[in-house]
Design a protein around this ligand. Structure first.
Ligand code: RP5
Length: 165
């Protein structure tokens, strides 16, 4: 959806986060929400992170999804430099299975919020859905599509029950 102004920015601390963060992008693709994706590291490219955060709103971005692992400061540091909603996705780390990522993203001191999801792929999927949900506040057709998506989940449960026999 590169031809339209991105409404969501999906950023991640490393290319190694893509396997997780692609699940957020898949949801945005499914709902046809224009988005951009970029590797921006809080500790390797701090100036780029600051430029991105300061200019995001002026560029038309409405929601930022930020994924990172380990000492995962990207979501919090971006949130510190923008008033846009920031959704943090804790990426599963090798050393501590994502506990480090989760705790370093979720425990923001009062004043600078980061909406933190579950660790890993489910968290990234839900970050995409949460971004769609935020956009649906002012976009009725997205709200309808979200309703239809929920119905499809319901139908899958009914179908799986039918297959239990
Ligand atoms: C963080 O360190 C990234 O978000 C990634 O999850 C983790 C490991 O990065 P790489 O060493 O794979 O580049 O900055």
């Amino acid at each position: 959806m590169a031809e339209e102004t991105p409404q969501v920015a999906v950023i991640m601390g490393s290319a190694s986060d893509w396997e997780t963060m692609k699940h957020a992008c898949e949801m945005l693709d499914q709902f046809k929400v224009p988005y951009m994706k970029q590797v921006i590291s809080a500790h390797r490219t701090p100036e780029l992170m600051a430029d991105f955060a300061h200019s995001a709103r002026d560029k038309g971005i409405k929601v930022i999804i930020a994924g990172a692992g380990g000492a995962a400061h990207l979501p919090g540091m971006v949130a510190a430099q923008t008033t846009l909603p920031v959704i943090g996705v804790p990426v599963r780390s090798h050393a501590l299975s994502g506990w480090d990522s989760l705790l370093s993203i979720v425990q923001m001191p009062g004043g600078i919020p980061v909406a933190t999801t579950a660790v890993g792929n489910s968290g990234a999927t839900n970050a995409g859905l949460l971004a769609v949900s935020i956009l649906s506040i002012t976009d009725g057709s997205l709200a309808d599509e979200l309703k239809a998506y929920r119905e499809s989940l319901k139908e899958k449960v009914a179908q799986s029950n039918a297959e239990l026999v």
